[in-house]
Design a protein around this ligand. Sequence first.
Ligand SMILES: NC(=O)c1ccc[n+]([C@@H]2O[C@H](COP(=O)([O-])OP(=O)(O)OC[C@H]3O[C@@H](n4cnc5c(N)ncnc54)[C@H](O)[C@@H]3O)[C@@H](O)[C@H]2O)c1
Length: 364
Amino acid sequence: MTASIDVKSSSGTYCYTVGSSVFEGKIAALQQNTGFDTCFILVDENVWKYHSERISNTFDSLNVEYTCRVIPAGEQSKTVTQWNDLIDFLLQSGVRRNTPLFAIGGGVTGDLAGFVAASALRGIPLVHVPTTLLAMVDSSIGGKTGVNHATGKNLIGAFYQPEEVIADLDFLDTLPHRDWTNGLSEILKYGAIDDPAIFDECKIFHDSNVLDSFRNELNQLILKCAQIKADIVAADEFESGTRAFLNFGHTFAHALEKVSDFDQLNHGEAVYLGMLSAIKLSKEMGGELDDKPIRDFRSLYSFKVTREMLPENELFSAMRSDKKVIDNTFRFVLLKSWQQPVVMSVKEKECIHKAWLTVYHELQ
Ligand SMILES: NC(=O)c1ccc[n+]([C@@H]2O[C@H](COP(=O)([O-])OP(=O)(O)OC[C@H]3O[C@@H](n4cnc5c(N)ncnc54)[C@H](O)[C@@H]3O)[C@@H](O)[C@H]2O)c1
């Protein structure tokens, strides 16, 4: 099954499509509609390793000139240095205002390519082809682009919307187990802030072969998450209010990622732990909920970090450099109850300490 939704933004409406074997047809249609004769493609080394033939065949058949750049896999590529290299490359290769950049990969490729597209010539067309579950349900939608800085995650970037998002389930065929749970965390997040049915629908992830066993259910679930995100960003594109709800668990998560040097925990693992902490803090602040709907998926995660690798003073200081800190007061997205998110300033360090203890409890 193939399904499309419109994502509304101030710079126009774009189409998000999810389905099986949609990549080739959608790229060909885009070329016919926009008539580009040159394009750039950004992929990481894993996507290139597994999917280079498919990608090359698709673009070869278009009779366009294309150049593919392959970056190292992982968060280490979301840097100003990598952004600078790509900008050099595009400008030296004669990029024009109408030359599209295709980001074929996970959230790292998408965030980096997005910021490159936003800044080269003050904006070139960007097309997201998400190849991880996380990128399909979250990072390819809504226009947040950027790179990390030594002082924290995603601190340099821009809002920049794509022309189109093409999510082809076939790419997920090569996704390692760890990246399924990575995406699952963001899906559970939508369950926590928006739709309780998602918790039940996520049971399919207990099957180690979810793609083959539950392809239709997975397609529906990805579409549902994309629609939730599209609705939230349409209502508050630049995060002056309700878009912040998408950061549920993320203030803790970003600190965990930074203190673990971005390589011991992936984003989704940090978000899973971050949500457990945020639930604990929500309860400390008077929220009425228990963590069972999230904890039911605990057995799917195994964490490489130990509590010794995450000193609490470092976690606190990492939280201080998060974008959500205002006037030295920590701001969190908490839950009054399930699906009732609220942005709350928390001064009580003791309550935040208890929330961090929740993380330590999960680690050896
Ligand atoms: N812009 C946003 O709104 C937004 C939202 C959520 C997360 N993010 C960002 O997204 C990033 C995390 O995204 P991610 O988890 O997709 O990371 P990622 O891009 O690093 O991908 C995870 C891993 O999967 C590999 N991979 C990708 N596609 C594959 C495939 N089809 N088969 C096999 N391996 C594949 C990658 O090489 C990498 O090793 C973080 O930097 C996070 O901050 C951004």
